[in-house]
Design a binder for this molecule. Structure first.
Ligand code: NAP
Length: 376
């Protein structure tokens, strides 16, 4: 409520003042105040939209200054919504993962995600649904530049001459001319059209030539950030011992309640490499077990959240990007309704995750017929 000074008939000047316009006769509102109030309303509205309280409004193509900023993501209940990479890019802390999302379920899942405020899709060439991710983005009301798109270089394309064609294929399928993040999917270089067992020993042991080509893709503007996935500490140290022009921005690795990656988390923080948590709910094979962990259930009950929301929030609170996958629209929406856990609740989950023996969910070394363990 605005309290303007009331003038009395004793105020001589009042009688002398020229007659105000009929619109603002009593009390008098100066044009300066009017402009100030309009600006205040305008910026409060823009701020509200940016913060995502009116999440759905984000899907409208609003004119500036109301348009949402780059990769604006729904408010995550006090959790960090973005991390800043060395390039200055701001990567949203939550993504929809699309591994094992069948083609016909990918479009609705991605559209639901974009509608409900996700601004980050974690895909890969090998998931064979990049066209569907691109279609969903095109059919949504969200602009390309407002969404963070990640894709991954498959094992068969590590040879420098194979990288640009593989990247171009992903770009074409996604319907875009740049990726926000391109990562080496596995530390395994397999010649084109060869089986994993016939991997290239030199390029696998020393992926610097692959990395140099990726750096070139950054220079060309086809990719904004580059990173790795499934690299252990030794492999990261080995790669970064080279005179890199661009440091790996992220390492996407399995992190879950069952495999909390404590050492990798500490190492990455020191190195300034952001971790991305894949299979954060324990993947399809262990999701039910994850959601039934007594500590997770108790925290969920205490806070009026679902166990999935507790686990996803816990991941972000540990300082990683989190990539839950779902093709079920109600779960896609559930998985973005997050909240910062109180310190005691966070500690409860963290201690429980550290209390058991770490158990990795997936290791393809055997299925690929490798003569070594890819995680060593
Ligand atoms: P995840 O996200 O831990 O779990 C996915 C499973 O959880 C699906 O079965 C899903 O079912 C279910 N689910 C999701 N939300 C749920 C909820 N609120 N309540 C109950 N169930 C729920 O596992 P992930 O798919 O292994 O990993 C996630 C993403 O990480 C992948 O999509 C991919 O983007 C990435 N990833 C990367 C690598 C790599 O090598 N870089 C490896 C694995 C994964 P529905 O889909 O049926 O709803």
């Amino acid at each position: 409520m605005l309290h303007l000074p009331q003038r009395t008939h004793d105020d001589k000047n009042y009688l002398d003042t020229p007659k105000p316009s009929s619109l603002f006769r009593k009390p008098r509102l100066s044009w300066k105040k009017l402009i100030a109030i309009s600006l205040f309303i305008m910026f409060s509205f823009a701020f509200t939209v940016r913060k995502g309280f009116l999440g759905r409004l984000q899907s409208f193509n609003l004119p500036p200054p109301f348009r949402c900023g780059l990769h604006t993501q729904k408010d995550l209940g006090g959790l960090q919504t973005h991390y800043t990479l060395p390039s200055g890019s701001k990567i949203p802390s939550l993504a929809l993962g699309v591994w094992r999302a069948p083609k016909d379920k990918t479009v609705p899942a991605v559209k639901t995600a974009l509608d409900s405020g996700y601004r980050h899709i974690d895909g890969a060439w090998i998931y064979r649904n990049e066209e569907e991710v691109g279609q969903a983005l095109k059919e949504s009301n969200v602009k390309r530049e407002d969404v963070w798109l990640t894709s991954k270089l498959w094992n068969n394309f590590h040879a420098p001459e194979d990288i640009e064609p593989a990247l171009d294929d992903s770009l074409k399928k996604l319907g875009t001319d740049y990726l926000d993040l391109y990562i080496i999917h596995w530390p395994l270089a397999v010649p084109k059209d060869e089986k994993p067992a016939n991997y290239n020993k030199n390029l696998t042991a020393n992926p610097y030539p692959t990395w140099q080509k990726l750096e070139e893709m950054v220079e060309k503007g086809k990719v904004r950030n580059i990173g790795v996935s499934n690299f252990n500490i030794r492999r990261l140290q080995n790669l970064t011992a080279n005179p890199l022009k661009v440091q790996p921005a992220v390492n996407q690795v399995e992190i879950s309640f069952w495999f909390p990656q404590v050492e990798m988390l500490e190492f990455s923080k020191k190195m300034g490499i952001l971790l991305e948590a894949y299979s954060p709910l324990g993947s399809a094979e262990r999701v039910e077990q994850s959601l039934n962990v007594p500590e997770v259930k108790q925290v969920a009950k205490d806070l009026g959240m679902t166990p999935a929301q507790v686990l996803i929030s816990w991941h972000i609170q540990r300082g990683t990007v989190v990539l839950p996958k779902s093709i079920t629209p109600s779960r896609v929406i559930e998985n973005i309704q997050l909240r910062k856990l109180p310190e005691s609740a966070f500690e409860k989950i963290e201690n429980a995750a550290r209390a058991h023996k770490p158990q990795r969910g997936s290791n393809p070394s055997h299925n690929w017929g490798l003569d070594f363990d890819i995680f060593e």
